[in-house]
Design a protein around this ligand. Structure first.
Ligand code: SF4
Ligand code: SF4
Length: 376
């Protein structure tokens, strides 16, 4: 298959006519027309390429959704990781960097004082954590990571590899989340006013477009899967507006060079072999049926939650005054949070949305330090 020339998706001369079409169509729809960009990577791209401002001028209101696993992981997980690191000797907690900076009632993981012989290690993949375990059989190595369907297949494959190599000193504390259930929960709540969705390109590459079919069918809302180049995003938005104008909502695929209707069967299969769906608690959204994954019985030996008797569900509210929960439900634009840029900044974050590289608050702080309007 010929690799498409990515330059075309960044080319201003190609993008501007699409923006003009968007403006033309948006002018015929009720204003503001709200589209939720589900994933933080879209939020980042919209602001980084200046599209957020240009779209706002056309009457479109792009709102951030619950699509950042770091942001939606409740503090109970981070606090359990702190407990593990501070109370277990000879343990390596191997974690993605942003997970270690989220503030909690007991401080962020990176400030925790490890127990004797223990340490925190920043890793870039679960496979790196498994390598650590194989190189240090005298230590327990726990991989701590949050992820959606994009990251979960790699975690599942690492667990499988630990099984194949009989690496008994390796386990996973996984905050594993599925994207479709929270979208249903947001729509069922009736509080988040959206007229369309921009679905995440990378998650959709795994789960496929069909995973969102319930949105047009049950809720009558248009949507499009889009990639992360500016050209991808504007084409996705144009499709959403076309659907709204015609009154025929579907799940359009504006990222056909990567996403298939059926997703990636191999990735789905390995996820399903190691994990099974369970009800899960989300920051800001509460408990959502079938929205998380837990280890299947056959793989329970690699479940750090069970191995170390951790309680990840302990009640842990956002730090006082932090409105991350509202930001994640699309109820509040980050600059509307009273702490935004006052006591909360990337150097001194009060919530995960200011920590994660693609958290909505960090993106707004970095690219758009201006007051917004609440999305209610
Ligand atoms: S951490 Fe970043 S890349 Fe990963 S899902 Fe969140 S926003 Fe997307
Ligand atoms: S600006 Fe800071 S305190 Fe406010 S919601 Fe975002 S992360 Fe939380």
């Amino acid at each position: 298959m010929k690799t498409p020339d990515i330059k075309a998706f960044r080319d201003r001369a190609s993008i501007e006519p699409v923006l003009r079409e968007i403006a033309r169509r948006a002018s015929r729809l009720p204003s503001p027309f709200r589209i939720m960009e589900v994933c933080g990577t879209h939020t980042m791209a919209l602001h980084k390429y200046g599209l957020a401002r240009q779209l706002a001028e056309t009457g479109l209101d792009m709102i951030s959704g619950p699509g950042c696993p770091v942001c939606i992981t409740p503090d109970g997980y981070h606090e359990a990781a702190v407990k593990l690191l501070t109370e277990t000797e000879n343990l390596v907690l191997a974690s993605f960097g942003d997970m270690t900076r989220v503030p909690t009632r007991v401080g962020p993981i990176r400030n925790a004082v490890p127990a004797r012989g223990s340490q925190l290690r920043i890793v870039y993949s679960p496979a790196e954590a498994l390598e650590e375990a194989r190189g240090h059989p005298e230590k327990e190595v726990v991989f701590y990571g949050a992820g959606f369907e994009t990251t979960i297949p790699a975690i599942a494959r690492t667990v499988e590899a630990a099984g194949e190599t009989k690496t008994a000193n390796f386990s996973v504390l996984g905050a594993l989340w599925l994207i479709p259930p929270p979208l249903r929960a947001l729509l069922e709540s009736g509080k988040t006013a959206v007229q369309g969705f921009l679905y995440p390109g990378h998650v959709s590459a795994v789960i496929g477009t069909r995973a969102y079919d319930f949105i047009p069918k049950t809720y009558g809302l248009p949507g499009a899967v889009a990639g992360f180049e500016p050209g991808d995003i504007v084409l996705g938005i144009l499709s959403v507006l076309d659907q709204a104008a015609s009154g025929r909502p579907v799940v359009a695929n504006a990222y056909g060079r990567v996403v298939r209707d059926e997703g990636n069967p191999r990735a789905l299969e390995i996820m399903d072999r190691i994990f099974e769906p369970c009800d899960a608690l989300w920051r800001g959204l509460g408990e959502i049926p079938g929205s998380g994954l837990r280890f299947r019985k056959a793989w329970i030996a690699y479940d750090a939650e069970r191995k170390f008797r951790l309680d990840v569900r302990s009640s842990a509210d956002d730090v006082a005054g932090c409105r991350c929960g509202d930001v994640l439900r699309g109820l509040l634009s980050p600059p509307q949070c009273p702490l935004f840029g006052v006591s909360c900044s990337p150097d001194s974050p009060k919530g995960p949305c200011m920590v994660s590289y693609e958290g909505a608050c960090l993106v707004h702080f970095k690219f758009a330090r201006r007051k917004g309007t609440p999305h209610v």
